[in-house]
Design a protein around this ligand. Structure first.
Ligand code: UT7
Length: 332
């Protein structure tokens, strides 16, 4: 006898992925040459050795975050074989919205023609996509949504201080998206989200808009070593606790997709989880740190390259400003 509708459990599963990178690719050498014109010294060698980054993409001045989000969303909708009108929940994880308000999600909704569905932005900086995926999963399992579009989209280049070599070489622009649909079986097996506001100051853009002016400094500030230490500490813990919640072990992870910020942090996490480096998806070399876009970008590229396949177990891990961190374990 099959489960009755009263006892049938409801899960969510990823049915399509998409991503978008702005066409302008900037190599370390090109960026170093640009910075040298302002008397700032850096090199491809330093950037590769400390971070693993070789290039990043920068959006043109006339591009909006919503444009990147829409391009990624169209890819995910097409892969899932559904239309924007079939979406009943749209979440955009971003720290670089088009406007102070309304949300970038509302702008994306209109550009896609998904008008009428629930739409909101989620702000958890580089953990934003993991947060948004977990929230969408909860809403689907609770029955308040059936088919969600979850997007991470950023134009971080607009926040960069190009006179600060310790931060401006690290970030890039891009977007990634997934369609997440109600399903009889997981899908998302477990997720966990955390924040610790004591560390607001280690990674922030302290400016805001006030009385028609920018109040404070609207450019990114980071204490790189403090962020490094915090990230290394939390990523293993959250991976272990999400695995425990799912009743699984690290041997059951087929693919690790950590937030793509620094190859040294990523390799350290893989090592602690006893995962060979080949089982980790790496895009930081070509994308830099795209904040909330980094995980869905990496996921989509790995799916489209035929590396991540249906049935594979994937661990997504986000970490960033707030301080925020979290993980989602999913069966594709
Ligand atoms: O998305 C949120 C997550 N963010 C992160 O995960 C970032 C975490 N932190 C990091 O990835 C690393 O801390 C950085 C890559 C930001 C910095 O690497 P580091 O090994 O911690 O370098 P450092 O800050 O200790 O700096 C070492 C040296 C310094 O020179 P001195 O004082 O030793 O003479 C810096 O001035 O490297 C210098 N430096 C640079 N040199 C050339 C800093 N930036 C650059 C640069 N090019 N771009």
């Amino acid at each position: 006898m099959g489960p009755s509708s009263a006892t049938a459990r409801r899960f969510s599963r990823v049915t399509g992925t998409g991503s978008y990178l702005p066409p302008k690719r900037v190599t370390n050498d090109a960026l170093a040459a640009q910075l040298a014109r302002s008397g700032i010294e850096t090199s491809d060698e330093w950037i590769v050795e400390r971070t693993g980054i070789r290039a990043r993409h920068f959006a043109d001045d006339d591009a909006a975050c919503s444009d990147l989000a829409v391009a990624a969303a169209r890819g995910a909708l097409s892969a899932a074989g559904c239309d924007a009108r079939d979406i009943d929940l749209l979440i955009v994880a971003t720290s670089t919205p088009d406007m102070v308000f309304p949300s970038t999600a509302c702008i994306v909704q209109d550009k896609l023609g998904a008008n009428g569905c629930t739409a909101f932005d989620l702000q958890a900086v580089c953990s934003g996509f993991v947060y948004a995926l977990s929230v969408a999963d909860s809403m689907i399992r609770a029955g308040s949504a059936t088919r969600a579009l979850v997007i991470g989209a950023e134009i971080f280049s607009r926040l960069l201080d190009f006179s600060d070599r310790s931060t401006c070489v690290l970030f890039g622009d891009g977007a990634g998206a997934v369609v997440l649909e109600a399903s009889d079986e997981p899908g998302i097996v477990a997720s966990e989200l955390h924040a610790d506001g004591r560390h607001v100051g280690v990674l922030c853009v302290p400016g805001t808009v006030s009385a028609g002016h920018i109040a404070g400094d609207p450019l990114l500030k980071m204490d790189g070593q403090a962020v490094f230490k915090l990230a290394v500490g939390v990523l293993e813990d959250v991976a272990r606790s999400v695995l425990a919640k799912a009743g699984r072990t690290d041997r059951q992870i087929d693919w690790l997709i950590p937030h793509q910020a620094n190859i040294r942090i990523m390799l350290g996490t893989a090592r602690k989880l006893n995962l060979p480096a080949e089982r980790m998806i790496v895009t930081v070399d070509e994308h830099g740190n795209t904040s909330a876009a980094s995980i869905p970008l990496a996921l989509d590229q790995a799916v489209r390259a035929g590396r991540i396949k249906r049935g594979d177990t994937v661990l997504l891990e986000g970490v960033g400003g707030g301080f925020t961190w979290g993980a989602v374990l999913l069966d594709m």
